[in-house]
Design a protein around this ligand. Sequence first.
Ligand SMILES: Cc1cc2nc3c(=O)[nH]c(=O)nc-3n(C[C@H](O)[C@H](O)[C@H](O)COP(=O)(O)OP(=O)(O)OC[C@H]3O[C@@H](n4cnc5c(N)ncnc54)[C@H](O)[C@@H]3O)c2cc1C
Ligand SMILES: NC(=O)c1ccc[n+]([C@@H]2O[C@H](COP(=O)([O-])OP(=O)(O)OC[C@H]3O[C@@H](n4cnc5c(N)ncnc54)[C@H](OP(=O)(O)O)[C@@H]3O)[C@@H](O)[C@H]2O)c1
Length: 422
Amino acid sequence: MLLDGTTLEVPFLADLVTLADPTSEHSYLNYLRETGRIYEFYFYETFQIPRREYNDYLRWVVERLDAPAFRREVVDVRWADADASAADTGAGADAPGHYVVTARDPETGERDTYRGRHLALGIGSRPHVPEHLRGHPDADVFHTAAYRHTRERVLDADSVTVVGSGQSAAEVVADLLERQPEHDYRLDWLTRSEGFFPMEYSKLGLQHFSPEYAQYVYDLPQSTTDDLVANQDLLYKGVDPETSAAIYDLLYRRSIGTADPDVGLFAMTDVRDIAAVDGGYALDCHQWQAEESFVHESEVVVLGTGYERPVPGFLDPLEDDIAWDDRGRFEVTADHRLDVDLPGDVFLQNADLHTHGVGAPDLGLGAHRNATFVNRLLGRDAYPDDVDTVFQDFSVDAFVERAPGASRDGSETTVTTTDPDR
Ligand SMILES: Cc1cc2nc3c(=O)[nH]c(=O)nc-3n(C[C@H](O)[C@H](O)[C@H](O)COP(=O)(O)OP(=O)(O)OC[C@H]3O[C@@H](n4cnc5c(N)ncnc54)[C@H](O)[C@@H]3O)c2cc1C
Ligand SMILES: NC(=O)c1ccc[n+]([C@@H]2O[C@H](COP(=O)([O-])OP(=O)(O)OC[C@H]3O[C@@H](n4cnc5c(N)ncnc54)[C@H](OP(=O)(O)O)[C@@H]3O)[C@@H](O)[C@H]2O)c1
């Protein structure tokens, strides 16, 4: 998704370190300084940097670190007690218990093991294609994550349909619209969502991506959190307002006079099946509000159907040591660790939407979360615990504590009246 013209959804301040430590040498601003572009950025005057530049910044940081080992797929993680560790690793009888991580080189199959008293799990998400839409040639029906590398194929087609109305689908639609006059394909955009709605981007709304809101969600009963997350699509799904405006404006310009942009947009439509037909694919569509079905044919289908975070198989050996909820998800501590019955911690990155809410995968909370982990590892507050970061309160306790007129039992309430007899 490193498409030209796309930007991060968060300000550059949500780099790897700045919100916890603005003086860190690994900051985005230091990247600009060291790569000789800080003045160019100063005149750019834009908080939301190109996604391709963020990628470049991450590469720059990685090159300055010794730790990363690439082309290592973790396939197994288990705990070795102090005694076992001596036999397992030759580390000596007094070695403390630790995790043993086995990784393989995907090309050679060669395996290495790594040891660590604690573990951080940051394996991200993977493209989600609903099961009933799978099984077609990758060149014809593919996820938005493959779009940049498969785009040439799309440009040759007579018709292309994009499914979904999150930011990924919108960026692909914007890109295809730009290229349409040169390549002359029909473009359709279908989504099951209620409309092509924008993602929340108001300042007060963005305060939901704060430590306070994450804590509030964490303290709710799990069933309430599950309902809440399922109904907060517009905070983290939906289309960036700028992308939405760019698509609209392009359509407007293409429709001047009697011109026809040769584009279709249709919401509230579940694509229930895809079947190969002569010259393309037939999409079995259902408009869920009107309860009407139809078939839509297209030569190429791009699926912007989102991402998923399955529990990784390499944790199987720890299954009995991990606490699971009744839906088979990790139990997570308030400070973003797996709830494990082992002496070593497992720090969890971006994988606790179900316990901490919409902020979990947001880059803006990464530095805060990492600061919490570092403080725990060091046993002291190397970084300040950011509290009171927003202008609103989320929990009743917080509001009652600050608002002079609010109390739990009404004891702060004074009844005023202008009637002297009362
Ligand atoms: C297209 C897209 C754009 C986004 N843009 C934004 C944005 O602008 N702002 C924002 O706040 N959030 C954004 N997000 C949300 C995103 O989830 C996070 O911002 C962020 O990328 C998550 O970082 P991560 O390190 O947890 O996971 P990832 O960036 O997904 O990295 C996970 C890494 O783990 C590796 N891995 C997985 N399994 C294994 C294994 N078994 N062994 C070894 N390595 C493994 C993967 O290869 C990958 O390198 C975006 C998400 C997507 C999909
Ligand atoms: N610029 C950026 O920084 C950027 C770019 C891309 C993505 N992202 C982020 O990455 C995350 C994932 O975004 P995403 O756009 O990939 O996914 P997404 O937001 O999860 O959107 C998936 C879309 O696909 C629809 N859908 C799923 N199955 C369908 C079906 N069978 N038929 C029709 N429609 C179907 C969904 O409808 P329902 O609403 O009904 O589920 C939804 O509209 C988001 O947090 C997003 O903000 C950021």
